[in-house]
Design a protein around this ligand. Structure first.
Ligand SMILES: Nc1nc2c(c(=O)[nH]1)N[C@H]1C(S)=C(S)[C@@H](COP(=O)(O)OP(=O)(O)OC[C@H]3O[C@@H](n4cnc5c(=O)[nH]c(N)nc54)[C@H](O)[C@@H]3O)O[C@H]1N2
Ligand SMILES: Nc1nc2c(c(=O)[nH]1)N[C@H]1C(S)=C(S)[C@@H](COP(=O)(O)OP(=O)(O)OC[C@H]3O[C@@H](n4cnc5c(=O)[nH]c(N)nc54)[C@H](O)[C@@H]3O)O[C@H]1N2
Ligand code: SF4
Ligand SMILES: [Mo]
Length: 863
């Protein structure tokens, strides 16, 4: 068996994987020791990729409406409807909404079709929701969207600052690299309103008021100037400083004012400023806490200003570092797949348009930027866009004000969705659904956060009638009449064209170039090993602006709105460690489902007490846009007045947790990126009469409908958490047929029903009004036993058996209670000792921050 080198399906860290096919749709996943991004390591999501490659839930044939169709008919229909709409209403009446989860080759052809052949720039991407403030900030400061840093800079840094980034959960392998550097003496500062697991391990955590990052960074810049650590020579030779710059920065930037604006202790603020001023080798990594704000671009520039003015850029260990979310967020930026860019890091300037049109030999070229995501969906709702093609993204869930987005999709005369899954919230609105090849079936390239381009390779044959995205787009383009321009036979053909465009009439004005990477034939493409483009940008102090100088941006902190009477809280949204976005893939992996198996609203205990919200109870979060239910978790990791909810739950998996309904459809005026991290909101407790759960082999006969219903995959079946106020016996109808054993205790309002089929557990339903509920794990394990235990209705093994608690270590299935018991009984003092004793944390390492927290908790507890 030979292993195939490929790249992880998930985050922008871009880890290399070695995949060994071990059977029919079965694969062994190992970290690639030769890949520069991860050197053999993988986090929990990458490690468990093999659990997500089954064909369960896949879309395997084109569908027109609810009917299966041939590719011929589906492609003809898509091409005809787009052509007719353009003929009648002009090129701007159609749009593509694409994704950082497409491969570069897919992205390239979609962009070429829309901008060069349809002649509109109405192609935007979920990167608008993700990276566009960083893109706009880079262009404003550097003249081009170039990330100067590499992961190697982390290894060389003495101070690492994380702004608005829960790196331990969202970029776990970068985080392990940061930890390794900290073990070697570097210090870590985390700037995040929440005390995340990332913040838990930091030398300093600044739990700033949401949206106050500009004040914090301007304060730092003013401090550096006063401390005499500005790099005067660098500023004089390489940076343009607007006339009124220092005056604008300094107003309100003394530590006392900043501490007040940011609501952080002055002493902590000073400590951070002193550390930064004293440490030349500082890397500042930032992600969505910075980008996803109505002032996102200013926040990015506030960070870039500090690095430019102190000369901490383009040098080993001294860099600003925007880390990307999706596996190919960077590749999408390189092909120019945002509505606001044209192609290959060129904008819509006349000479660029002419150049790209010449290169593509295209009949037309978009004259101006197209609609950005929020405006795009608004335009669809207003009937101005009449045909939409969505590829590899789930906007009915992930757009802000998703309720309006759904209305727009429902009203749109023609919606095409290319997805790998049959049943998604967005697919429900599609007139045509096209089956795309998934990770493990597709071939192409991706670019990670540090500009490293790697191959993704097919390890399985295409299932059913699925086709790669580039092929689907090409087939439609040819049917629309552009046969020669889209005459690709393989991703390598597209790659070579992409390489040529990057070098086409590029005298060095554009740093993005893949010169020398398109030679050789298909064999070279097949054999491509990871490489980084761009060398060490800015090392020579030259920037890709007309005068070669970087630019400081005079950004000011915008006034922070006082709490509104009806919406007094601030709603923050983000990610969980083991879930990926709308869970269409990670939702298939039982090992990933249990770290957090329900959508929680995290709330400070003082707020909860005031509002009568109990830990573990249900609560309704509402905003002017919509409302949704969550299970409440009380935690002082939240600042008072603020709530945090996850983005992962959808109609497919839950009656609650519909976070997309809540944020405002407002965006940063420069980048168009929505402000997902701060929405005025309210919360109220929701009473239920009973609660419980259903564990079933496979799926229930139909979905158990109750006020609170959430589903996760478990080995051999599914687990449904339930709570409601109606008659609980309704739920019985979901149970499979078989031999029933029941215990009904009316005094406690408890119903326990087990269904056996040939002695095996087929389902277990446990509901109660006042009583206790058993831990789920033992019952879940019973699904995999040939013979159900006689104590099934007790919910635990004969002779007890301790509840291992919620899963902390996803690799070895180790629960919180097991870990705490081990720490106590065996007096374990550190993460390594826990690993040696029970194995937790020794594989992917994603749970190490959680283990550290448990150790601290236990030592404080013991003291
Ligand atoms: N496990 C997992 N990993 C992922 C993903 C996933 O779905 N699951 N998705 C990937 C993608 S596409 C992305 S974009 C990245 C995102 O990665 P991150 O940006 O790390 O993730 P988020 O949880 O969205 O938000 C980061 C933090 O910003 C903080 N924040 C909120 N408001 C503010 C503020 O005003 N100032 C500051 N300084 N911080 C603030 C939040 O409290 C949160 O902890 O993760 C990638 N990796
Ligand atoms: N409130 C709030 N909302 C947010 C965010 C937030 O922090 N808060 N974060 C935003 C960010 S940063 C992001 S990146 C978005 C992510 O949001 P989405 O992009 O909507 O999330 P995914 O679930 O990754 O959607 C990808 C879809 O593509 C499908 N797919 C997977 N692989 C392929 C493929 O190869 N081809 C095709 N055609 N389809 C494929 C999957 O099945 C899935 O349906 O959410 C954004 N929305
Ligand atoms: S850090 Fe995890 S999710 Fe991200 S690329 Fe690496 S293995 Fe995949
Ligand atoms: Mo993202």
């Amino acid at each position: 068996m030979t292993s195939i080198p490929t790249t992880c399906a998930y985050c922008g860290v871009g880890c290399g994987i070695r995949a060994t096919v071990t059977g029919e749709r079965q694969v062994r996943i190992e970290g690639d020791p030769d890949h520069p991004a991860n050197r053999g390591r993988l986090c929990s999501k990458g490690t468990h990729l093999g659990e997500t490659v089954g064909l369960e839930g896949r879309l395997l044939h084109p569908m027109i409406g609810k009917r299966r169709a041939t590719w011929e008919r589906a492609l003809d229909l898509v091409a005809r409807r787009f052509r007719d709409t353009i003929a009648r209403h002009g090129p701007d009446s159609v749009a593509f909404y694409v994704s950082g989860q497409l491969l570069t080759e897919d992205y390239y052809v979609a962009n070429k079709l829309m901008k060069g052949f349809i002649g509109s720039a109405n192609i935007d991407t979920n990167s608008r929701l993700c990276m566009s403030s960083a893109v706009a900030g880079h262009i404003r400061a550097f003249g081009e969207d170039v990330v100067p840093a590499t992961y190697g800079d982390i290894d060389a840094a003495d101070l690492i600052v994380l702004v608005g980034s829960n790196t331990a959960w969202c970029h776990p392998i970068v985080y392990q690299r940061i930890r390794a550097r900290c073990d070697a003496g570097a210090r870590l500062v985390v700037i995040d309103p929440r005390r995340t697991e990332t913040a838990d391990e930091a030398d300093l955590h600044l739990a700033l008021r949401p949206g106050s990052d500009v004040a914090l960074m301007n304060g730092l810049l003013a401090w550096c100037r006063d401390a005499g650590v500005l790099d005067r020579a660098f500023l004089a030779d390489h940076v343009s400083v607007p006339d009124d710059f220092w005056g604008r920065i300094e107003a309100g930037s003394d530590v006392w004012s900043v501490a007040r604006t940011c609501d952080v202790p002055v002493a902590d603020l000073r400590r951070f400023y002193e550390m930064f001023a004293a440490t030349k080798r500082t890397v500042t990594l930032f992600s969505q806490g910075v980008n996803q704000s109505l002032a996102g671009t200013d926040q990015v520039n506030a960070i870039l200003n500090v690095h430019l003015a102190t000369g901490r850029i383009g040098k080993p260990g001294a860099q600003p570092f925007s880390i990307t979310g999706q596996p190919n967020a960077m590749g999408g930026r390189e092909v120019g797949g945002l509505a606001s860019t044209l192609a290959a890091h060129m904008d819509f300037a006349e000479d660029n348009r002419a150049r790209v049109q010449r290169f593509w030999a295209s009949p037309t070229i978009a004259a101006r930027p197209g609609l950005k995501a929020v405006d795009l969906f608004r335009s669809i709702g207003e009937g101005r866009i009449k045909a939409l093609w969505v590829m590899a993204t789930n906007p009915a869930v992930s757009m802000p004000d998703a309720g309006r987005v759904r209305e727009a999709l429902a009203a749109c005369p023609f919606v095409v969705v290319s997805d790998v899954m049959a049943d998604t919230d967005t697919g429900a609105f599609a007139h045509v659904r096209l089956p795309a090849a998934a990770w493990g079936e597709k071939d192409g390239t991706v670019t990670n956060s540090d500009r490293t381009i790697s191959r993704q390779r097919a390890i399985f044959p295409l299932p059913g009638e699925a086709k790669p995205d580039w092929r689907i787009v090409t087939d439609v383009a040819r049917r629309m009449g552009w046969k020669t321009a889209f005459s690709y036979d393989r991703p390598a053909d597209i790659w070579r064209e992409h390489v040529r465009l990057s070098t086409y009439q590029n005298d060095g004005a554009r740093l993005f170039t893949l010169a020398g990477r398109g030679g050789g034939g298909n064999a070279d493409y097949e054999a491509m090993t990871p490489f980084r483009w761009g060398g060490t940008p800015f090392a020579d102090g030259r920037f890709p602006t007309p005068d070669g100088r970087a630019r400081l941006a005079p950004v000011r902190q915008r006034p922070l709105a006082a709490p509104l009477k009806d919406w007094p809280l601030t709603l923050n949204t983000g990610r969980y460690r083991d879930h990926w976005h709308t869970m269409t893939r990670t939702g298939l992996a039982p090992k990933l489902a249990r770290h957090r198996d329900e959508p929680l609203v995290e709330i400070h205990p003082d707020d909860a007490a005031r509002l009568g919200i109990a830990d573990g109870g249900l609560a309704r979060v509402s905003t002017p846009q919509g409302d949704s239910l969550y299970r409440a978790r009380l935690t002082d990791a939240q600042r008072p007045g603020e709530l945090f909810v996850p983005i992962h739950w959808t109609d497919r998996t839950s009656s609650g947790g519909r976070t997309g309904l809540l944020p405002r459809p407002l965006a940063d005026p420069i980048s168009g990126q929505p402000g997902f991290k701060a929405t005025p909101a309210a919360i109220a407790a929701v009473a239920t009469i009973w609660r419980g759960f259903l564990i079933v082999a496979g799926e229930p006969r139909h979905r158990p409908e109750s006020l609170w219903t959430t589903r996760v995959a478990v080995p051999a079946g599914s687990l449904w958490e339930l709570a409601g106020d109606g008659d609980p016996s309704r739920i019985d109808a979901c149970l499979p047929t078989g031999e029933r054993i029941e215990a009904i205790d009316r005094a406690r309002g408890t119903r326990r029903i087990a269904v056996l089929a040939d002695g095996r557990l087929a389902a277990a339903l446990f509901l109660t009004e006042r009583g206790e509920l058993p831990a789920r794990d033992w019952l879940i394990a019973q699904l995999s036993e040939a013979q159900a235990a006689p104590t099934i209705l007790a919910g635990r093994a004969p002779g007890a058996g301790a509840d291992r608690g919620p899963i902390v270590c996803a690799c070895f299935d180790i629960g919180l209670n097991t870990i705490v018991a081990a720490i106590r009984d065996r007096r374990l003092m550190n993460v390594a000792a826990i690993g040696a004793a029970i194995g937790a944390g020794t594989n992917c390492g994603s749970c190490r921050p959680a283990l550290t927290r448990l150790l601290t908790q236990e030592t404080t507890h013991a003291a």
